[in-house]
Design a protein around this ligand. Structure first.
Ligand SMILES: [Ca+2]
Ligand SMILES: [Ca+2]
Length: 509
């Protein structure tokens, strides 16, 4: 496949340092991004033009892309601007996270690893969630993907050279779509390969909205996009996928670059995340066995590290403090779709992220009244805790467990419309993270000689909860003999001289 390289910019490598270390990043040569408050606009633009930036273009809110003749080395010009009181950021290059494949072991162990087969035993439901795969496009003729794709809704993000300026263009493509990287087809198969008698099954039945953001950067395998393009893609999603037609939208980004989250990218991401009825953003942690990449380390993004069949961190997976907000999912030996009606084993956090995206899509589809943070919280709390106790820098909140996430939904009070006068919190009660489960009883039934008793689902008495405050009780997950009980659903039963109430909750280790 021949695709003309229509990017007009050169890539430069510069050294940056964070609190912990210094490392090389790729940036667009001669370009910087600057935040300019409206009241200082004219003054700063003049200074920039005086420093050799012939074009200053608004890209998002009060962030501007300044472009010089590309002979200006980015690091030098940033230093010069800094001395002039202008804080400038490089326009970084993002690439897809892929590790060359190493075909060997069995097919799709990741589905049993995350308990997808058990989860799918729950009642089938119509998926109302779209997964936006921001990647290298998709092979729309793949028999295991065609019907999972929006028919004419592929959008291509593209940077083109015109009159010495860069511009950015997004347009629809019609079946069959072309694609710039095999990577997007691999990611899409994990999200939603069709459940039929052919090939594989994706983790979810979500519809896939494919973005080809690497279109301008072929040949195959060398895809990249600058942050400007990512921001425009985020803006496009915010403006165009808000339509009810697409339902909730999970944005999957199995791509990125090293370094901290820049403020302009953070701004575009926050605008999506703050629309809490609509968007969830998931990103791969990256494959450098180093610190979590951008955009995975931006606030409001769920970073995903990779695990292997033994629930160990994959050797290539990034990790770090950003993972304290994240999750892990299988990323080693992932069997998935590749272009040309074919399948292959691939490795990378690129394939862990779509597992999490797919689980969140299914959860949100079952609980459309949830806010994005409630979906995220549920999937975190039901993940299998690995490594150090509780959330940690390698596995985040743990390896996603689709069955436990679904079990929680099924046992959730609000989904059944049961007595909300009596609440258990947190539910599920994750005994390795929570010291107590708390119960709150409505004041109208609180009275003297009351008791709160815990039963298992077979009706066996387990323990009395302890009083905690005027209308509350707590329980530490132990039976009357002081032994921790087994994970599963439990019933809390409150009884006083004025009335009684019961509620269900889940207990996990
Ligand atoms: Ca299939
Ligand atoms: Ca842990």
């Amino acid at each position: 496949m021949f695709v003309q390289n229509i990017f007009s910019f050169e890539i430069e490598k510069i050294s940056v340092s964070s609190a912990k270390s210094s490392y090389m990043i790729e940036v667009v040569k001669g370009e910087i991004i600057v935040q300019i408050p409206d009241e200082k606009r004219d003054e700063v633009v003049q200074k920039l033009k005086g420093s050799g930036y012939f074009s200053v273009e608004k890209i998002y809110k009060d962030f501007y892309l300044a472009r010089s003749k590309s002979s200006l080395a980015t690091s030098n010009s940033m230093n010069i601007l800094e001395k002039n009181g202008i804080k400038a950021y490089p326009n970084r290059i993002f690439r897809p996270f892929l590790i060359p494949n190493d075909p060997d072991i069995s097919n799709q162990y990741y589905l049993s690893n995350i308990n997808a087969f058990s989860a799918w035993d729950f009642e089938e439901h119509k998926t109302t969630v779209t997964v936006a795969v921001v990647d290298g496009g998709v092979d729309s003729t793949h028999m295991d993907l065609t019907s999972a794709l929006y028919s004419t809704q592929v959008v291509v993000a593209e940077s083109i050279d015109r009159y010495d300026n860069r511009s950015f263009k997004i347009f629809n493509e019609y079946f069959p779509f072309s694609y710039s990287l095999d990577h997007g087809t691999m990611v899409s198969g994990v999200v939603g390969a069709i459940r039929n008698t052919e090939g594989i099954s994706g983790v979810s039945t979500a519809k896939i909205y494919s973005f080809d953001v690497f279109r301008g950067s072929s040949p195959e395998g060398t895809g990249y996009l600058d942050e400007y393009g990512i921001i425009k893609t985020m803006e496009y999603i915010k403006d165009n996928l808000s339509d009810d037609y697409y339902g909730k939208v999970i944005i999957n980004m199995s791509l990125g670059g090293q370094g901290d989250c820049d403020p302009f990218l953070q701004s575009a991401i926050s605008d999506l995340y703050n629309n809490s009825d609509k968007f969830i953003i998931v990103a791969a942690a990256g494959n450098e066995a180093g610190d979590v990449s951008t955009p995975a380390n931006c606030a409001g993004v769920i970073p995903v590290s990779a695990t292997d069949e033994g629930d160990n961190l994959s050797s290539f997976s990034n990790y770090g403090s950003a993972m304290l907000n994240g999750l892990s999912a299988p990323g080693s030996n992932i069997y998935t779709t590749v272009p040309g009606n074919d399948y292959s084993y691939v490795d990378g956090t690129s394939f862990s992220a779509p597992i999490v995206s797919a689980v969140m899509a299914e959860v949100w589809s079952k609980k459309p009244d949830y806010k994005n943070y409630e979906v995220i919280d549920l999937v975190k709390r039901t993940a299998k805790d690995l490594g150090d106790d509780g959330p940690d820098k390698k596995y985040g909140w743990g390896r996603v467990d689709m069955y436990k996430a679904f079990s929680y939904i099924e046992s959730d009070l609000s989904s059944k419309g049961v007595n909300k006068d009596f609440l258990a919190w947190p539910n599920p009660f994750y005994i390795s993270k929570d010291v107590y489960i708390k119960f709150s009883v409505k004041k109208s039934i609180i009275y003297t000689d009351d008791k709160l008793m815990i039963y298992d689902f077979n009706g066996n008495f387990i323990a009395y909860a302890k009083r905690d405050g005027e209308s509350g009780f707590i329980w530490d997950g132990k039976n009357q003999d002081g032994v921790l009980v087994v994970p599963g659903p439990y019933v809390a039963y409150y009884k006083s001289d004025k009335g009684h109430a019961k509620t269900k909750f889940m207990l996990f280790r």
